[in-house]
Ligand binder design. Structure first.
Ligand code: NAP
Ligand code: ZN
Ligand code: ZN
Length: 344
């Protein structure tokens, strides 16, 4: 076994603190990554605190991992020692169900193996995430990183990037579409960049007036305060798509009013408390809500290559591992600009 130093929580009430644990030895298909950077996703907080149901403790969060390969197994064919590799939200799946065969491992019938807060396929060995110095991963679930510099700005693409790229692509967002992005945090800032890059007219809907200038710098054409009744009224029936990234309790139904006839809400935010759905708001205008979970390995690689080609990177605040609890506090106050990334 490989002894690893990391940061994690021992229960839902505990702060994130130093922890040491073991990873498996490198198997024939495995690569060993020395972690350089790990992004901080709001899901890390939801899971560290068991906000989505009981988590597996101790928990070592982190699923936006970029690092350098230091060892490879005897049968590894896609990666070399010294190469920069990435790991996202999952590290295995059944590989046989229809979704896995389509390269949509995120929708695996058996459930994917999460990068942390779950178990490997044996059902008993726990997974630990990227708030640590090393990760062992099967090469089939690792990503090639087509960047050589600013790797701290690449790490968030592994979750925030693919989670917003995938639904926008699935929906066919492009020129002529009016798209609203709801919530300017880690996911929201990537959504603005992608929607603008795909040629849509983008409106940022935010609860934070102070974020208007940043929203426009990131690529939004318009900005509206979602807490202002008059501004929301003026936007009724305007958007072909709303990409919804809200992470806390809010009223989903008030945003359905902003969709056109047949408009679609692309739902990715997962607040601890579910909304009650006002079905008439969907039925009266043939609107729909489409949920979307991260993206498959092939689409994640496609997204990374797209970002390299179009120079799309995350806007980050780099922190030290020991500053993680303060970063969580700021994320919960919607005060993240726009992703914290831990330098390992
Ligand atoms: P984040 O950085 O905290 O951003 C969320 C943003 O939502 C905040 O910055 C804030 O933006 C807005 N917001 C917060 N509270 C709000 C409220 N009460 N009402 C309206 N807006 C509010 O979080 P994130 O890392 O982007 O993640 C967002 C959510 O997506 C989380 O629930 C996360 O677990 C989930 N997620 C889902 C997937 C998936 O595959 N589906 C993947 C990753 C993450 P403003 O200041 O602009 O209002
Ligand atoms: Zn995430
Ligand atoms: Zn499967």
């Amino acid at each position: 076994m490989i002894q690893v130093a990391g940061y994690g929580a021992i229960d839902a009430q505990a702060p994130i603190a130093p922890i040491s644990f073991e990873r498996r030895d490198i198997g024939p298909k495995d690569i060993l990554i020395d972690i350089l950077y790990c992004g901080v996703c709001h899901s890390d907080i939801h899971m560290a605190r068991s906000e989505w149901g009981p988590s597996v403790y101790p928990i070592v969060p982190g699923h936006e991992i970029v690092g350098k390969i230091t060892q490879i197994g005897s049968a590894v064919s896609q990666f070399k020692v010294g190469e920069i590799a990435g790991v996202g939200v999952f590290v295995d799946s059944c590989r046989e169900c229809p979704s896995c065969k389509k390269g949509q491992e995120q929708y695996c019938d058996e459930g994917f193996t999460p990068t942390y807060n779950g178990y490997y396929r044996d059902g008993k060995t726990p997974t630990f995430g990227g708030y640590s110095n090393q990760y062992v991963v099967d090469e089939d679930y690792a990503l090639h990183i087509p960047f050589t510099s600013e790797l701290e700005r690449v790490a968030p693409l592994l979750c925030a990037g693919i989670t917003t790229y995938s639904p926008l692509r699935y929906a066919g967002v492009g020129p002529g579409h009016k798209v609203a992005v709801l919530g300017l945090g880690g996911l929201g800032h990537m959504a603005v960049k992608f929607a603008a890059s795909f040629g849509a007219e983008v409106t940022m809907l935010s609860t934070s007036p102070s974020k208007e200038a940043d929203a426009k710098r990131l690529g939004a054409h318009h900005f509206a305060l979602s807490t202002d009744k008059e501004q929301m009224k003026a936007l009724r029936g305007q958007f072909d798509f709303i990409l919804n990234t809200v992470a806390a309790k809010y009223d989903l139904n008030k945003f359905l009013d902003l969709l056109t006839v047949e408009g679609k809400m692309l739902l990715v935010g997962i607040p601890p408390e579910d909304n009650e759905l006002g079905s008439a708001k969907l039925i009266s205008r043939r609107r729909s809500i489409i949920g979307s979970n991260i993206g498959g390995i092939a689409e994640t690689q496609e997204m990374l290559d797209y970002c390299a080609k179009h120079n799309i990177l995350s806007d980050v605040e780099e922190i030290q591992m020991s500053e993680i609890n303060g970063a969580y506090d700021r994320i919960l106050k919607s005060d993240v600009k726009y992703r914290f990334v831990i330098k390992m």
